[in-house]
Write a protein that binds this ligand. Structure first.
Ligand SMILES: *Cc1c(COP(=O)(O)O)cnc(C)c1O
Length: 416
């Protein structure tokens, strides 16, 4: 069970709304910092452990900045994410560049910043060499194909576009070593939003075993394995968060069984978590504009799928709190919807909630990752602001809301 609490009271949020109109995303800095400290502490048995925060989850420099203060690097997969890291002051080995279908200009930028490059395909070895040379340190992304089952969210690895096959990993390391690379790592991402520890431990075990095979068969001695992201969060109240200490302990057991006896110690463990770092500590706050009573009862918000897309595209559950009615009986049933001209623009369907009236303020939970960042401008909807609830209780605007001028900025009306 996970208690779905809010880090602010009704009075506090009403004050915030006076200054920053809804809808907006608000992030709880204290909770995010404490969460990342738990992760780093759990893996502290591994001296080389590093978390590269997956920037795509919450690409806001203020958030990336305080995560770097806690010791995180960044996991980037696009030019803009590399630039964001650079602007925050994160460069060199603190950037993991895990991209796919990568344009040459992005490899050039990653090399310029000294990022660790995690190649997605064997054909990118000559591509990289041609455009920016072979770095001393290189990582390959491994797709185990039929050797793993993945999970329902990410699907069967055989159907996944990512990574090298197993024979390609061996072939690729031989090729890149001949071209001058000297230090090596492997990466794999086969599960997503997974609450079951065994799946993540399975990825660690798989990569540890691969490290042994690489050493024994072709004399490649890995410096790191990158377990990537995919640790899930309890979107539903009846779910439990992943016990990070237990997870790291189970990975340590595999390390002791596989890495130590095979003379591969010390091997650094990396992760690229996004969702579990910020997801539970970000809220989409919205005001109820209308109520509608037709074949069903609808509650219409000033937010839409353009602010938080997951329910519309995956049917994902996001918990909803009617602020100030936390203790009222959930004796009404509503579809909570946004204003897009798309009938999938529903934050919740048949949700039991207390009676709602126009003007009520709604918090949509677990919107801290893959929330604002997936936002889009369909139907001329403007992206909302992002606010940071600081540790001292102050609220800082860390991204302003778009204006209609932003929306039209790429058009030239004088040219009609
Ligand atoms: C999306 C992604 C992540 C982060 O995944 P989460 O589910 O947010 O933990 C990490 N690495 C890569 C390469 C990704 O594409």
């Amino acid at each position: 069970m996970t208690e779905k609490k809010l880090p602010f009271t009704k009075e506090q949020i009403e004050k915030i709304i006076e200054k920053y109109p809804t809808p907006f995303h608000i992030y709880d800095e204290k909770a995010i910092r404490e969460n990342v400290r738990r992760l780093l502490k759990a893996f502290s048995w591994n001296k080389g452990y590093k978390e590269y925060f997956a920037v795509k989850a919450t690409p806001n420099p203020h958030i990336v900045k305080f995560l770097s203060e806690e010791g995180c690097g960044t996991d980037c997969s696009s030019f803009a994410e590399l630039i964001l890291s650079e602007k925050v002051g994160i460069t060199g080995k603190d950037i993991m560049f895990s991209s796919n279908e990568t344009p040459a200009s992005e490899y050039v930028k990653a090399r310029e910043l000294g990022a660790t490059i995690n190649l997605d395909d064997i054909s990118h070895i000559p591509f990289l060499e041609k455009h920016c040379g072979i770095p001393e340190l290189i990582s390959f992304r491994y797709n185990p194909g039929p050797l793993r089952t993945g999970n329902p969210i990410i699907g069967d690895p055989v159907e996944s576009k990512y990574g090298f096959t197993k024979p390609q990993i061996f072939e690729g390391f031989k090729i890149i070593r001949d071209k001058g690379a000297k230090r090596f790592g492997v990466h794999s991402f086969v599960i997503s939003n997974e609450l079951n520890r065994a799946s993540y431990v399975g990825t660690a075990k798989m990569l540890f075993e691969l490290a042994v095979e690489l050493k024994n068969e072709i004399g490649i001695h890995l410096e790191f394995v990158n377990l990537s992201g995919g640790i899930g969060i309890p979107y539903k109240p009846e779910q439990d968060a992943v016990d990070l200490k237990a997870l790291a302990g189970e990975i340590k057991e595999e390390y002791n069984k596989i890495i130590i006896p095979n003379d591969l110690h010390p091997l650094k463990i990396f992760s690229e978590c996004g969702r579990m770092i910020t997801g539970p500590y970000g809220y989409l706050v919205s005001t109820v504009l209308h109520k509608k009573d037709i074949y069903k009862q609808y509650v219409g918000l000033d937010a839409s799928a353009a602010n938080l897309m997951r329910p519309a595209i995956y049917g994902a559950y996001h918990h909803i709190t009617v602020i100030g009615k936390e203790n009222a009986a959930p004796d009404h049933e509503y579809d909570v919807v946004g204003s897009l001209c798309e009938n999938n623009d529903k934050f919740a369907v048949n949700r039991k909630l207390p009676e709602i009236v126009p003007g009520d303020i709604i918090a949509i939970h677990d919107a801290g990752a893959h929330g604002h960042s997936m936002g889009y401008n369909y139907n001329g909807k403007l992206r909302s602001a992002e606010l940071l609830l600081r540790e001292n209780g102050e609220v800082k605007m860390i991204r302003r809301a778009e204006t209609v001028d932003d929306y039209f900025a790429t058009l030239d009306f004088s040219d009609l």
